[in-house]
Design a protein around this ligand. Structure first.
Ligand code: ADP
Length: 161
């Protein structure tokens, strides 16, 4: 059984993340989307619990995908799940430089752990959580940027304010 972990902060999940999740779900038997609680990004817009729930709703049609929270070391999470694959999405050379380094660090901690890179699909190459947060702050329509269940939830919240 090929078990993969797709880690990130997902503040919030975007259609770019969802595209990577769908493609990973087609490659591996099981994909755990790991919301990293203690990652370096400060002052998140959504709590880790909210981000995990947003992901769970977005992947409801993918039976082999599960979202979880993790506050420890990523390599420990992968080991605990019996996962030997880390999935990362690559948008550009900046992502590559950063992720290449992270892959070496994770392999140093857990030598059996392989990082697999999936190139961003052309239509989502410029998508980021930062961009999605800007759209939310400025009350822009979100359907084009975040998964439908998340866009609907945020729209309702904005209407109730
Ligand atoms: P962001 O960089 O948007 O804040 P995260 O830190 O949550 O996102 O990233 C989680 C993973 O998703 C990383 O591997 C990142 O490179 C990847 N990723 C982010 N946005 C996209 C996208 N639009 N297409 C493909 N991969 C992406």
């Amino acid at each position: 059984m090929k078990i993969a972990v797709y880690p990130g902060s997902f503040d919030p999940i975007t259609l770019g993340h969802l595209d990577i999740i769908r493609r990973a779900a087609a490659c591996f038997d099981k994909v755990y989307v790991c919301v990293m609680v203690n990652c370096e990004k400060k002052n998140p817009m959504f709590t880790a619990q909210q981000r995990m729930e947003q992901i769970s709703r977005s992947v409801a049609d993918l039976p082999n995908v599960e979202a979880e929270l993790w506050s420890g070391l990523l390599a420990d999470y992968a080991r605990e799940k019996g996962a030997a694959i880390l999935v990362k999405g690559l948008r550009n050379a900046t992502d590559f430089d950063q992720e290449y380094q992270m892959a070496a660090i994770n392999k140093g901690i857990y030598p059996e752990l392989e990082t697999v890179f999936l190139p961003a699909s052309a239509e989502y190459q410029h998508f980021s959580s930062t961009m999605a947060r800007e759209m939310i702050r400025y009350g822009q329509p979100l359907d084009k940027y975040v998964p439908a269940p998340v866009a609907e939830e945020l729209k309702k919240q904005a209407e109730n304010k």
